[in-house]
Design a protein around this ligand. Structure first.
Ligand SMILES: [Zn+2]
Length: 379
């Protein structure tokens, strides 16, 4: 068994639910004899547990089930968004946990952002009465695409992070723990699956409008990253070929057009501030603000409708980070979906995120624990 084969198989075995050898065969593509041999070796070294077979009442021998042995110790999530960092540490059973957050200009100040992350992690560990050597797994969340092998692709998204290697920085400081890197929207989607609007859901689209547009796809109960790690970049679909230049190098991308529309709607305030301001004005009875929200939602919804035609998800979860999404925005999104999706697909529920940006550290902890698995092609 090679080291790569070992970690590839281990990543397919959850900590908290047991899977059969048939499940693992399907996910890994390995033959039954090869799998049996690898599983017994992993069992011998204590990395996996074999649960006794339970007769199902059907014919044939009942199947043995396998799960990962939970690591003892603490898990951590270091979740960066464009303008803040959130840190959470938790024990394997979640009985002990702590969470902190700080505002910092993540995109333009990599050192400041990482220093804030380190300080908050120390504070969380102190509150949980733990030390850094009790950490076993850490998930780093970043608001940029994460390419093959967990390499962040910050160009155009996080200017000050270009050429910087955050995992190496963490390894210098935390040499003995397993570190994985994940896109911020992917973290949040997992958080929603664990504790939010995605509970019990196997096919989900998650959208974060704040201050850019990020999305994440959950297909068949698994986070889907795509071949190069760029799956879900709906914000960079061109909706206006004569539109404004975008950070990605293209022109008229959905994210940029929504940003400009929100800015115009408030007379100059940009990004998330504009959206929050539009929510406030709409609640105060400003019909013009309501129309802007409806138009922004409609443009977003038209793209989501096209995506829904492809994926046929059970539901779409919308987050506007620190504030709940306004009903006028959600109604616009639903209208846009109806314009572009087939009738049965377009009737899917569009649900406001109950967790907001807190979904990100929660998802980071779930991924650090191995509760939610990544796509088999991206291990
Ligand atoms: Zn773009």
């Amino acid at each position: 068994m090679t080291a790569a084969g070992r970690s590839r198989l281990l990543a397919l075995i959850p900590y908290d639910t047991a899977v059969t050898m048939a499940d693992l065969g399907r996910l890994s593509g390995l033959s039954r004899p090869t799998l049996a041999d690898m599983l017994h070796r992993l069992q011998a070294e204590g990395a996996v547990l074999c649960e006794p077979a339970v007769a199902s009442g059907g014919r044939g021998r009942p199947a043995q089930r396998w799960r990962r042995r939970p690591p003892q110790g603490m898990f951590a999530a270091l979740a960066f968004s464009r303008d803040s960092v959130r840190v959470r540490v938790a024990s394997s059973d979640d009985r002990v946990f702590a969470e902190r957050e700080a505002r910092v200009n993540v995109a333009l100040d990599v050192r400041g952002a990482l220093d804030a992350g380190r300080r908050l992690l120390h504070e969380c560990l102190a509150e949980a009465d733990s030390a850094t050597d009790s950490l076993t797994n850490l998930t780093l969340g970043l608001p940029c695409p994460i390419g093959d092998g967990g390499q962040p692709q910050p160009r155009g998204f996080l200017p000050d992070w270009v050429g910087f290697r955050p995992v190496e920085w963490l390894r210098d400081w935390l040499p003995d723990i397993r570190i994985s890197v994940e896109n911020d929207a992917n973290l949040a989607a997992v958080g929603e699956l664990v504790e939010g609007a995605g509970q019990g859901c196997r096919d989900l689209v998650y959208v974060k409008l704040a201050p850019g547009v990020g999305s994440a796809l959950v297909v068949g109960g698994r986070l889907y990253r795509g071949a190069a790690g760029y799956a879900g970049e709906i914000g960079h679909v061109q909706i206006n070929e004569m539109g404004h230049p975008c950070v990605c190098g293209a022109r008229g991308c959905l994210a940029m057009e929504l940003y400009i529309a929100a800015r115009h709607g408030t007379g100059g305030k940009g990004g998330l501030l504009a959206l929050t301001e539009l929510f406030r004005r709409c609640d105060a009875g400003d019909t013009a603000a309501g129309r802007v929200l409806g138009r922004i939602g409609g443009q977003m919804g038209e793209q989501l409708g096209a995506l829904a035609n492809m994926l046929d998800p059970e539901r779409i979860v919308i987050s506007t980070a620190d504030v709940p999404p306004h009903p006028a925005l959600l109604a616009g999104i639903q209208d846009g979906i109806h314009r572009t999706a087939l009738p049965p697909v377009g009737d899917l529920p569009v649900i406001p995120s109950p967790l907001g940006i807190r979904a990100e550290p929660l998802g980071g902890i779930a991924l650090a624990r191995g509760t939610y698995l990544t796509s088999p092609g991206n291990l």
